[in-house]
Design a protein around this ligand. Sequence first.
Ligand code: SAH
Length: 340
Amino acid sequence: MKNIFNETYDALEDYFISINDKKYRATQLYDFLYKKRIYTIDNMNNIPKNTKEMLKKDFSFNFIKIEKKQTDENVKKYLFRLLDDSLIESVLMYHDYGISLCVSSQVGCNMGCKFCESGRLKKVRNLETYEILEQVLLIEKDLNIKITHIVIMGIGEPFDNYDNVMNFIRIITSNKGIDMGSRHITISTCGLIPGIKRFMNDFSQVNLAISLHAPNDKIRNKIMPISKVYKLNELIKVVKEYINKTNRRVTFEYVMLENTNDSLECAKELANLLKGINCYVNLIPYNETENIEFKRSKKNRILEFYDIIKKNGMNVTIRKEFGTNISAACGQLRTKREDL
Ligand code: SAH
C-alpha cells in the first residue's frame, strides 16, 4: 500500500483515471490534505463513497511521530521517529523574513564529510517523500504556524535521494495544495554533479547551494571524500552551466575550520576560483561537536577572510548562528539513540 503523502498531483490524477473515476478528484483530495488539512477519509465530505473505499484500499495515511522537541532562542529542534523506528531531525528557525524549516532527506548520510556529525552514521536508507513532507505538516500543526521557507539541509545528501526529494518539492509547490513559491526553497548539495545536471532542467526556480568548503582539491579531498569523485574544476564548470541555464545566483557555503581552510591564502584562492561567477559566498562559523576534533576559526580570522572576499567584489555573508545550545545548528544533527 502506498502512502498518500508520496503522491504528486499529477500522479493522483493518473490514479483516478486508472480507477475510472474523475480526474478532478485529485483537486478535491489535494484540497483536503493540503489546504483543509483533513487526513481522515471519512471526513472528506464531498468525495463519494465509492471513491473513499478505493482510497482506503489503495493508500495509507500514516504519519511519522514527533518523539521530542527542544527549544532555544528563535529555534526549535524536532526529533522524529519513523514507522520503522529510525530517527531523523528537523530544525525550525524564526527569521525576520519568515519561518523556515530545515528538513532531513536521509537516515544517516554516506558523504562522510569529516567535520559533520550527521555523517557519523552511515546512510541507513533514503527518506520517502512522505517522510520529508510530514516533517512540514506535523510541525505546522504542532505549533499552529505556516512555514514560509524550506531548506533541504538537514541530515542526508538530497541529490543522493533525487527522486523522492524532487517529488517532495513538486508536492509542496503545487498550486493545488500548499503552493509554496519555488524561490522559498533551497537545496544544498556537497557537489554531486549528476544531480546538479538533472536539477537545472527539473527545477530552475528552486535555490541551489553548494557545500564548497575549500578553494582547491588538496584541502577539499582531506575534509570531503566526495571531492575525490567530483573534482573542483568539474564542479565549478557545472555550476557555471547551471547559472547559464537558469539565470539564477548560486550560493557557495564555506565552513570556517581553524588551521584547515581558513588561511588568508585560502581566501584569495577562493576569490580567484569564484571570480566572475554570479554567486553568494556564505561563510559558516563551524559548529563544534564533542565527537569531532575540528575547531571553529577565530572570530577575527572569519572577519579577515570575509574582507578579502568582499574586496574582490563578491557577495559574501557570515551565516547567523542558530540553535547551538540545543545541538540544532548546521552539522550537529544526528540520528542516534543517545538523543532520546
Ligand atoms: N548534504 C548536504 C546538506 C546537509 S549539510 C550538503 O552537504 O550540502 C548542510 C550544511 O552544513 C553543509 O554546507 C555542511 O557542510 C554544513 N556543515 C556540516 N557540519 C557542520 C558544522 N559542524 N558546522 C557548520 N556547518 C556544518
